[in-house]
Design a protein around this ligand. Structure first.
Ligand code: FES
Length: 576
């Protein structure tokens, strides 16, 4: 990072606004057309507020007004704010999955920043894929960047019980299918579980990613967990607007903040939180944009040394509101202490250590001390074996410990439609020891690697009291999901990974302690099955899907497009 402050003529926007030629006349006269005079922008940092608000995204429904708070801060600090809308990836509504479009948002973000007269940006996201999508684009563009997380929604309520996003949906859906609650109760849950703007308030993907981004130094301290409708959220947005203007003058860019050590910090917090498996894919993709090598095995080794201390659903008991008022990320970081690289830089201009000074934990059941950890190791593990030569992941913190060492016979579903059609069939040959297998649900097969990995327990087993089974797929699962679900099997079945060769009744062995996942079928038989395997037809004949299919990486590589990885320089646009 340069210690010298930029001069106005060194601003990137100067090329659009500060020169005297035919094109700059057009830029100034068209800015005047919007009601601004020269004094509003001349010689000032132009700040893009990249806003993923949309009428179809309930997690971001407060972002229209929150963008005004950001603008207030930018103006107060002497910048010129421009709000730029970007694709809103709304987790619940977008089909087949928002993950199909994460890279499209990244591409859009990068090119918005490149093609307009932008000096720095405030990224407004929160719903699962918006966080990595915005950041991957901004990291590639490498202008000063600060992230404003949407913040969690308020806790849900139903008949005196607290409801957590996602996690309690899966829980009560099983109770409905088992006949333990009625339709009226289910309807009441529908009305009680999502009661304010904001992201899922369990430690799902949104909360996990927000905590990670704060720990990597890309938000103001404490920003990740502020409830979306808390007044502090307005103030955080405004302060972020103020701070980005100084970051432009200081030329403090993502490449000054993101290092191998900051990625290690992110993984440490992921493990301490029992956070979402999705974060593994997103962090590998973000590291790829930063030119930092990061592999699945890095997650496993950090998991082994990191205690799981954050008592939030789905792996624990509480919700994000409890976490915030227990001290939030600064308190968690302080508890982790020397497990984090405290000298890493942040957008505040100081270090992570500066952010944890005086950070106290106000509820030690929510944020545990290391000697009162929920488990001695982190919440995720990486598995390998003849079923997953390039790896698979499991969220051990949300699994039944009884199933972490298990041998069972495969019950195979060829795709999601096959699963939906047969899972509740009374004739399905399955018992509590079976291993449910879903294939064709990976990056190419889904497509987009949908969150189908928490396969439903067959209804007839639910009625017998079964609530967890070993499940195996090349899909992802929601960060709010739970159960003994082996995910992200790579390579995926659609491209001929070994999952494509599993047959009904094959024995599958899971050994989490040994990090093994094996199909107990000999090599000669597997070779015969491979020779008979017929590759499926491509899913798309035109459009975005064709580009996606040609360039998408597998899960262990972060599912980025190959041509977006790396740090090779991209030319600035000519202005003529
Ligand atoms: Fe948006 Fe969960 S649906 S964060």
């Amino acid at each position: 990072m340069s210690t010298k402050r930029k001069s106005p003529s060194e601003l990137r926007s100067h090329r659009w606004y500060g020169v005297t030629d035919l094109r700059s006349f057009g830029h100034r006269s068209r800015t005047a057309q919007m009601g601004y005079s020269r004094g509003d922008y001349a010689g000032k940092p132009v700040i893009a507020i990249v806003n993923t608000w949309s009428d179809i995204n309930p997690c971001h429904s407060h972002f229209r007004e929150r963008a005004e708070d950001v603008k207030r801060g930018v103006l107060q600090a002497g910048g010129f704010p421009l709000e730029l809308p970007a694709m809103s990836l709304s987790e619940n509504f977008q089909k087949p999955t928002t993950m199909l479009y994460r890279n499209l948002l990244a591409l859009e973000t990068e090119e918005l920043l490149r093609s307009y007269p932008i000096d720095g940006c405030v990224l407004m996201g929160g719903c699962d894929k918006t966080v990595p999508g915005l950041l991957m684009g901004a990291v590639s563009m490498n202008l000063p960047t600060i992230f404003v997380p949407a913040g969690p929604m308020l806790r849900g309520n139903w008949r005196g019980k607290t409801l957590g996003s996602g996690s309690d949906i899966w829980k009560y859906w099983d109770e409905l299918r088992a006949g333990n609650i009625d339709q009226e109760a289910w309807n009441e849950i529908e009305d009680g579980i999502a009661r304010s703007p904001g992201t899922c308030m369990t430690m799902g993907t949104a909360s996990t990613m927000a905590g990670i981004v704060e720990t990597m130094g890309l938000t103001l301290p404490g920003a990740a967990s502020i409830p979306a409708v808390d007044s502090n959220h307005h103030r955080m947005a405004s302060l972020s607007g103020r701070r980005i203007v100084d970051m432009v003058w200081e030329d403090l860019k993502p490449s000054d903040i993101l290092t191998r050590r900051s990625f290690d910090n992110a993984i440490t917090v992921l493990m301490a939180c029992g956070g979402s498996t999705n974060a593994i894919v997103h962090l590998i993709a973000m590291a790829g944009r930063s030119g930092i090598p990061l592999a699945l095995d890095d997650f496993d080794s950090i998991s082994k040394r990191t205690p799981f201390i954050c008592n939030l659903r789905p792996s624990g008991k509480y919700l994000m509101e409890d976490f915030h008022y227990a001290g939030g990320m600064p308190a968690l970081q302080a508890q982790l202490g020397d497990l984090l690289h405290m000298s890493e830089r942040t957008v505040s201009g100081g270090t992570l250590a500066d952010q944890t000074v005086g950070a106290e934990t106000y509820n030690t059941d929510v944020i545990r001390s290391r000697d009162q950890a929920l488990s001695a190791q982190g919440g995720l593990a990486v598995l390998r074996g003849n079923l997953a030569p390039d790896g698979a992941v499991i969220k051990t913190s949300a699994s039944d410990p009884r199933l972490l060492s298990h041998v069972g016979r495969a019950v195979v579903f060829d795709d999601y439609n096959d699963l939906s059609a047969r899972i509740d069939d009374e004739a399905l040959i399955v018992d509590g020891n079976s291993v449910l297998v879903l294939r064709n649900a990976g990056p190419m097969g889904g497509p987009g690697m949908p969150e189908w990995g928490m396969l439903p327990i067959p209804k007839k087993l639910l009625k017998q009291g079964v609530r967890d089974m070993v499940r195996l797929s090349d899909a992802r699962m929601s960060g709010t999901s739970y159960g003994t679900c082996i995910l992200h099997v790579a390579p995926e079945s659609f491209v001929g990974g070994p999952l494509a060769l599993v047959k009904e009744g094959d024995e599958i062995e899971l050994d989490v302690a040994g990090r093994r996942l094996n199909l107990k079928v000999d090599d000669a038989e597997l070779a015969r099955r491979r020779a008979a395997w017929v590759p499926p037809k491509p899913k798309y004949a035109r459009g975005y899907g064709v580009m996606y299919g040609r360039h998408i990486r597998q899960a262990d590589k972060g599912c980025d497009f190959d041509f977006l990885e790396g740090t090779a320089a991209t030319a600035e646009p000519e202005i003529h």
